[in-house]
Design a protein around this ligand. Sequence first.
Ligand SMILES: [Zn+2]
Length: 91
Amino acid sequence: MNRFEVWKLKEHVCTACGEDLEEDDFRVYHRNGDEDDNDPDNVDLVCPDCYDKMDKTARGETEDVLLEIEEDMPDATRERKTLEYLRRSAE
Ligand SMILES: [Zn+2]
């Protein structure tokens, strides 16, 4: 799956901060850290700012929260999980 297919598949908001994303200005975040793993369940769209922050400082923390949410609410919609992520990361 390439970048454009990821874009079509996902909500056009940053998974980390909830900002609206532009098609020419977003990053693909890989949940498991493997940039070659483009399984739809492994990729999220994020804004460049959050992507930089995740890579440098909060990557482990972000993944922990995302994993926690997957475990707590596996059947929730993507939008619901994003909201939940925003809620938990703001605590
Ligand atoms: Zn963001």
